[in-house]
Design a protein around this ligand. Structure first.
Ligand code: TRH
Length: 361
């Protein structure tokens, strides 16, 4: 059995663990690879993996060995393949155990920008070791997108809910114009059921409903809008929420990709970066994803994305989006199928590693 070690530092938010956990499970389940996932923050991870025991230094979940990685961690042996997630910096003692033939991969962040294809597969030397850069991306010249093999089929099987209004899930950074969106939903002509997993946006939701605070289990109504506060869900339950809603507000990296596979209209909020780098990422994605979309549906999707990444969201932009929702729904489904025809990230990674192992790159 092949063995990979994955190192994941939870910098902030949930994306680092979200991507690493998904990748670890897929490499194990679909490629029969023995995975040890080294995690520096078990309590954040527990929110996505509820069965995780935060007091245990090492444990096995879904066939993955999860180890707590901390400043005093001691390593006896390095795996043949080491995946460093998002430049998290491998421990010095572990690096010292690695050999020149060790396969060291740095898994990079996802972006739809053109430069990604040029940098994917590049490498740099560190002493005798070589660090290879593996970039996720939206075309065949990149590492691809994380997608489990069962995904498309399981979503096709989901029955469309009838007559209970437009179902929306809301996961975003607190700086999004949340009150504006809730206001637009409340005053629109269509009934909206909005599901909000408990994250840092709850104070904003509470303020909109003139409450001191809101919590999981609360159902709040204003005009045509009903908001249901959910607990923070396990990753599997969150995936199901995306698949069962009509429109998904997502953010960061992992929920963004997952919204694509849910094959429902979605609005992505990139993680805020200095010098408007996140807007460059947003532009690149909108250009790639909506390139072949009907003019009006494209304009309204683009307008909603830009407003959602700014301080204000004019009511009309949301109404225009809803007016185009059937076209956007059909288009998103078609895009999902097209992207799902490309090889997935885990398979690309395994092939890349095999080529390195046999000196074919
Ligand atoms: O949490 P994020 O904002 O993570 C981000 C990105 O990864 C970004 O690239 C990075 O720079 C920054 O963190 C530090 O969003 P993301 O990537 O969507 O990760 C959220 C994960 O949490 C995803 O795997 C889905 C999961 N999740 C649940 O498991 N349950 C929930 O209830 C919700 C709302 C999310």
């Amino acid at each position: 059995m092949k063995r990979y070690d994955i190192f994941c530092k939870i910098v902030d938010n949930f994306g680092d663990i979200g991507v690493c956990w998904r990748l670890a499970r897929q490499l194990h389940a679909e490629h029969s690879i023995t995975i040890t996932l080294w995690l520096d923050d078990l309590s954040v991870a527990k929110q996505l993996i509820p069965t995780l025991n935060t007091h245990q230094a090492s444990q096995r979940i879904d066939g993955i060995t999860i180890c707590h990685w901390h400043a005093d961690s001691q390593f006896n042996q390095a795996a043949e393949v080491v995946i460093e997630a998002f430049g998290c910096e491998l421990p010095e003692q572990y690096l010292a155990l690695m050999q020149p033939q060790s396969i060291w991969i740095n898994l990079e962040y996802l972006s739809a920008e053109n430069w990604v294809a040029d940098f994917h597969g590049g490498n740099s030397k560190r002493g005798e070791l070589t660090r290879h850069f593996f970039f996720p991306g939206f075309n065949a010249n990149t590492g691809g997108l994380i997608r489990e093999h069962h995904i498309a089929k399981s979503h096709q099987q989901l029955a469309k809910s009838a007559n209970d209004g437009v179902k929306v899930s809301l996961f975003c950074y607190p700086n999004a114009p949340i009150s504006d969106l809730l206001h637009a939903m409340a005053t629109g002509t269509q009934a909206i059921q909005c599901y909000v997993p408990a994250t840092s946006v709850l104070p904003k939701v509470a303020t909109f409903f003139s409450q001191e605070n809101v919590q999981a289990g609360d159902v709040l109504t204003h005009q045509n809008l009903t908001v249901t506060i959910l607990p923070f869900l396990s990753q599997a339950d969150y995936d199901d929420l995306l698949a069962s809603c009509d429109i998904n507000f997502v953010r960061g990296e992992d929920s963004w990709i997952r919204a694509i596979w849910a094959a429902k209209p979605f609005i992505w909020q990139p993680y805020w970066q200095t010098e408007d780098s996140h807007i460059i990422k947003l532009n690149a994605f909108l250009d790639v994803f909506y390139a072949d979309c009907d003019h009006s549906a494209k304009n309204t999707s683009t307008a909603l994305h830009y407003a959602w990444s700014s301080a204000t969201l004019p009511e009309q932009i949301w109404q225009d989006y809803l007016s185009n929702i059937n076209t956007i729904t059909d288009f998103t489904l078609a895009q999902c199928s097209q992207l799902a025809a490309l090889p997935d990230l885990a398979s690309n990674l395994v092939i890349f590693i095999e080529k390195l192992r046999t000196n074919k790159i």
